[in-house]
Design a protein around this ligand. Structure first.
Ligand code: 5GP
Length: 200
């Protein structure tokens, strides 16, 4: 039985998930799981910190050896959660955050039904479009594709336990902490406490 809480977080691209999580990580003592990926590093990436960057061959070896808890192919690249680090941290009692897309999240739901699932929403699809346009890095065609993809991903949020709207950053961060704190107070996570009070 793991002692820490496994927290799965998903959001469409452009929802500010990275910013919310960076603030959450400053506030609380979570362990952020560093994923493995075959996508090429971006300028802001640091190998071993933002991702473990692997070749397709190495990634496939990792899958074959059972080294990933889950993996998915997203936009032509593999992304996966290294199993050992997550298991070790959970057994040390740390709360572990997996920042993963929806297919991987649904795999974790099957494998670890005790995990808690949090989805970060944009205030609206229009706001999401505006945010993507402001970045100025993509063409109108790509932005339309991103918004359509986001809609598909948001459809999956019905399967999550908590939804957080990232409109005001500090509210989103405090909602995230509230969701985790509320989750820890649920009866199903406190069976042994109840048992001990009952002398069972
Ligand atoms: P990006 O390439 O923008 O860093 O990430 C693309 C998507 O892959 C994001 O939705 C991110 O949450 C997701 N992702 C990152 N790591 C993993 C992982 O280990 N497993 C899965 N399934 N998705 C991941």
């Amino acid at each position: 039985m793991s002692k820490g809480l496994l927290i799965v977080v998903s959001a469409p691209s452009g929802c500010g998930k990275g910013t919310v999580l960076a603030e959450v990580l400053k506030r609380d003592n979570f362990y952020y799981s560093v994923s493995a990926t075959t996508r090429p590093p971006r300028p802001e990436d640091v190998d071993g910190v933002t991702y473990h960057f692997l070749t397709r061959e190495k990634f496939e070896e990792l899958i074959a050896s059972g080294g990933v808890l889950e993996y998915a192919e997203y936009c032509g690249n593999y992304y996966g959660t290294p199993k050992k680090a997550v298991e070790d941290k959970l057994s040390e009692g740390k709360d572990v955050i997996l920042e993963i897309e929806v297919q991987g999240a649904m795999k974790i739901k099957e494998l670890c039904p005790e995990a808690v699932f949090i989805f970060i929403l944009p205030p609206s699809l229009e706001t999401l479009r505006e945010r993507l346009e402001k970045r100025g890095t993509e063409t109108a065609e790509v932005i339309n594709k991103r918004v359509a993809e986001a809609k598909g991903e948001i459809e999956k949020s019905y399967n999550y336990d908590y939804v957080i709207v990232n409109d005001d950053l500090s509210e989103a961060v405090s909602d995230f902490i509230k969701a985790v704190d509320a989750e820890k107070l649920t009866a199903k996570r406190n069976i042994s406490l109840i048992d001990s009070i009952l002398g069972k």
